[in-house]
Ligand binder design. Structure first.
Ligand code: NAD
Ligand code: TYD
Length: 350
């Protein structure tokens, strides 16, 4: 199979490629990525000289670039990860989210529609988020039939893209599948997201900024389990169908930060109290969803997928990865990264 993976230089896309490219030499993988701030070519070093992998620098918001790469590659499968992915960035600058997540997805769908006929055995797999469903209260789970109710420009743009993907299936018969996954963590995640930000700040004894009272709940899934779920749905899921993916690991943010401090103290031999003392409760995120939790029974029952990592095993692997990959960390914490930290955290009061 010829497989286009969009956004393969980002966190989940790079984990996906690192898992699949070496183990599936019979398939060719083309990473279609604009290489934005969130991309890191270091994440692809282990596979970049393999014969079944190649990178094309393409901006999916540019239809001419998308057409050119589709003409060159004629893919059987498109796995669409490329997106602007950080909620806080979407609050401070929503335009790129609308462009990349909605228009970019639309361009890819158009490229498929123009080239694929209804009886072709091809697939467009859209990688999406549970944030499209909005916020839960203290109880309940998101199912695939929960109404969409997104809160942030990020989740609204992902919700819009999901709707367009489904419309292309219903209207044009385009073979699509969608997965909506909970919060991922693991190696190679850009340190703007909660877990890597806390790990790196704690290692440098910088403040650990916790929004509001730290009571918001997220369902955490180790990234390798998400990648495995996507590949499983591609192989076993039904065309036109949506699958929720989750880890059954609901944690309040404050619990996540405390666990990270404990694991970091054990792994580095420092006193945990020294790390706890770095915690700061800061101004909350506007429109901050209280709780996400996933009912993953459809993917379990129809496709036989189950996560392999627990939160404890996944967090320890993640902490160890950041401790032993300081080159990767140095690479992503460029001048632009520092500008983001000043912009997002500079005006938050304790
Ligand atoms: P990321 O921000 O780490 O990586 C995004 C990648 O997309 C980068 O390599 C970037 O260069 C690329 N990209 C951005 N704009 C582009 C454009 N215009 N053209 C081509 N490439 C472009 O994101 P991630 O965390 O790896 O998320 C990947 C996908 O998974 C996203 O669609 C996201 O919505 C979804 N998702 C993420 C999570 C999570 O917890 N991170 C959970 C569920 C779903
Ligand atoms: P994040 O990793 O940005 O993922 P998402 O917003 O997509 O869920 O944030 C996870 C949770 O952690 C979310 O409730 C916001 C919170 N958070 C903080 O408390 N402090 C921070 O510095 C960041 C980045 C997030």
């Amino acid at each position: 199979m010829r497989i286009i993976v969009t956004g393969g230089a980002g966190f989940i896309g790079a984990n996906f490629l690192n898992q699949l490219v070496p183990t599936l030499p019979e398939h060719s993988f083309v990473n279609v990525d604009k290489l934005t701030y969130a991309a890191n070519l270091e994440s692809l070093r282990a596979i970049d000289s393999l014969p079944n992998y190649v990178l094309r620098q393409v901006d999916i918001t540019d239809m001419a670039q998308v057409d050119a790469v589709f003409d060159e590659l004629d893919p059987d499968l498109v796995v669409h990860f490329a997106a602007e992915s950080h909620v806080d960035r979407s609050i401070l600058g929503p335009r790129e989210f609308i462009r990349t997540n909605i228009e970019g997805t639309f361009n890819l769908l158009e490229a498929c529609r123009k080239r694929w006929s209804r009886d072709d055995d091809r697939l467009f797999h859209h990688v999406s988020t549970d944030e499209v469903y909005g916020s839960l209260g203290d109880t309940g789970l998101f199912t695939e039939s929960t109404a969409y109710d997104p809160s942030s420009p990020y989740s609204a743009s992902k919700a819009a893209s999901d709707h367009v993907v489904r419309a292309y299936h219903r209207t044009y018969g385009l073979p699509v599948k969608i997965t909506n996954c909970s919060n991922n963590y693991g190696p190679m995640q850009f340190p703007e997201k909660l877990i890597p930000l806390m790990i790196l700040n704690a290692l440098e004894r910088k403040p650990l900024p916790i929004y509001g009272e730290g009571l918001n709940v997220r369902d955490w899934l180790y990234v390798a389990d998400h990648c495995d779920a996507i590949w499983t749905v591609i192989q076993k899921g039904r065309v036109g169908r949506t699958y929720n993916i989750g880890g059954n690991n609901e944690k309040r943010n404050i619990e996540v930060v405390d666990t990270l401090c404990q694991v970091l103290a054990e792994e580095t031999g420092c006193r945990v109290g020294e790390l706890f003392a770095l915690k700061r409760f800061v101004t909350d995120r506007p429109g901050h969803d209280l709780r996400y939790a996933i009912d993953a029974s459809r993917v379990r029952e129809e496709c036989g997928w189950e996560p392999k990592e627990t939160f404890d095993t996944g967090i320890r692997k993640t902490v160890r990865w950041y401790l032993s990959n300081q080159d990767w960390v140095r690479d992503v914490r460029s001048g632009d990264y520092r500008k983001w930290i000043d912009l997002n955290y500079g005006s938050r009061t304790a």
